[in-house]
Design a protein around this ligand. Structure first.
Ligand code: ADP
Ligand code: ZN
Length: 436
């Protein structure tokens, strides 16, 4: 159940010694190869890192932000000459101009190892036939999983996203055992499978290796039930090279980092101070192996916490809790911080409603209002007025106790809310639109 058991279960002392040596190397490499880092390290008095004595000295290194990536677009952060670069990826640009990542041959190799680790931890073996239904292209997800899965020896089908009928045909005809997709797209496909009318026994599906956006346990349970599969989660981002930064083990109680390649920290995003173990804050990551584009203390904007507690699975590498979402997705409604995942955890799994929802924010008379549109699972309920009212009220009350906010709940007809083939976009923020 391990891809690289020796490394994944390495005693922490050894692992930390390895990290320290690689941190020093990385700082010197950045200092010598990237003018941007040279300047920042000089200004901060860190220099080439030769004075770094312990892992916590990482705190003296300045942060790198998404802005830095944008200001140095496209290749300003490259550390290796272009002739050594074998691949270029870019972010899907959910929140603005894309950020670029470049890879040497070794980078691709290390990346594939990291992905292979999370896939094996999620149950993949060389006997699996895996359909990759992430959109292929610049996005790191598809090719990242592709290379990682091939490294395990699994059979890879580069399906890409879209064309539901064909996706389902391949599931059946090719005997697909595993699906790689975003949770949103997996949900969409899982409903299509249910509706296609073939019994689940016509499919050989058993695993879902999902990632690239938040997925609440409730949503995961729904996907698992619809497809009769076991789902594991994995995490990463373009700036750090893509998926494989961390992933679920069979305990599914926090995602293990590939700590020999990434040094994670948690900071208070307002002050930049490092938090103690277990504290919830912004994840900051330093790459320890990348050649093409090493990154020092990248501020991910993702809110999570880290534990170094031993895990029953035997892996010694630190675990991050599921992210509530990135600070960019956090809504501030009447001064209250709300993540879409909080709303999702309330809604998904309630009776009579499907797992699809949309969050609508408006400003009425200078006050924020929150409306949550939820799809009914069955249109029949629309005719049973009293039950409908009760459902609406109980959703309203649960949301109020979880969020501490008044929300208007609107139940809509089945299949009327948008479906997503990549990452879901569930927030409709109309607060800056002219009022009707
Ligand atoms: P973009 O920034 O254009 O969306 P990326 O694919 O680089 O492109 O997105 C990375 C972000 O996706 C992460 O910072 C995080 O917010 C989110 N993400 C990725 N994987 C997960 C996951 N397993 N759980 C929650 N969020 C995730
Ligand atoms: Zn574990």
């Amino acid at each position: 159940m391990f891809f690289q058991k020796e490394i994944e279960t390495m005693p922490r002392k050894e692992l930390e010694a390895l990290q320290l040596a690689k941190l020093k190397e990385t700082v010197a490499y950045c200092y010598n190869k990237v003018p941007f880092y040279h300047q920042k390290l000089t200004e901060a008095g860190v220099g080439d890192g030769s004075r770094i004595r312990q892992l916590s000295d990482v705190q003296y290194i300045p942060f790198t932000t998404k802005e830095d990536f944008r200001n140095n677009y496209p290749f300003g952060l490259n550390a290796a000459p272009m002739k050594d670069i074998v691949r270029i990826h870019a972010s899907s640009g959910t929140t603005g101009k894309p950020t670029v990542g470049v890879y040497t041959k070794k980078d691709i190799d290390v990346w594939s190892d990291c992905v292979a680790r999370v896939a094996v931890a999620g149950g993949v073996t060389d006997e699996d036939i895996i359909q990759i239904s992430f959109g292929y292209g610049l996005f790191t997800g598809a090719l990242g999983l592709h290379f990682g899965l091939e490294k395990i020896g699994a059979t890879v089908i580069p399906a890409s996203s879209g064309n539901t009928e064909k996706q389902m045909m391949m599931f059946r005809d090719f005997g697909v055992t595993g699906l790689v997709a975003t949770p949103s797209y997996a949900l969409y496909l899982s409903e299509a499978v249910k509706e296609a009318g073939y019994p689940l026994s016509d499919y050989s599906l058993r695993l879902g290796i999902l990632g690239s956006e938040p997925c609440t346990p409730e949503m995961r349970a729904q996907i698992e039930a619809n497809l009769g599969i076991y789902v594991s989660d994995n995490y990463g981002m373009t700036e750090l090279g893509g998926p494989g930064v961390s992933g679920d083990c069979p305990e599914r109680d926090g995602m293990h980092f590939a700590e020999d390649h990434f040094l994670p920290e948690i900071i208070d995003s307002a002050t930049g101070e490092r938090l103690r173990e277990g504290g919830k804050g912004e994840l900051v990551v330093t790459t320890l192996s990348r050649q093409g584009m090493p990154v020092l203390r990248y501020r991910t904007k993702d809110i999570t916490s880290i534990t170094y507690e031993p895990c029953p699975c035997g892996r010694t590498h630190a675990r991050m809790s599921k992210t509530a979402g990135r600070t960019d997705d956090m809504m501030i409604i009447k001064g209250v911080n709300v993540f879409p995942t909080q709303i999702e955890s309330v809604l998904v799994g309630m009776p009579y409603i499907g797992p699809h929802y949309q969050i609508v924010l408006r400003r009425v008379n200078f006050r924020d209002t929150l409306e949550i549109r939820v799809e009914l699972a069955d249109a029949e309920l629309l005719e049973r007025y009293q039950e409908l009212q009760e459902l609406q009220r109980s959703m309203h009350d649960r949301l109020k106790s979880v969020l501490g906010l008044e929300a208007k709940v609107t139940l809509v007809q089945p299949k009327t809310l948008e479906r997503f083939q990549g990452k879901a976009k569930r927030i409709l923020d109309l607060r800056n639109e002219p009022q009707a």
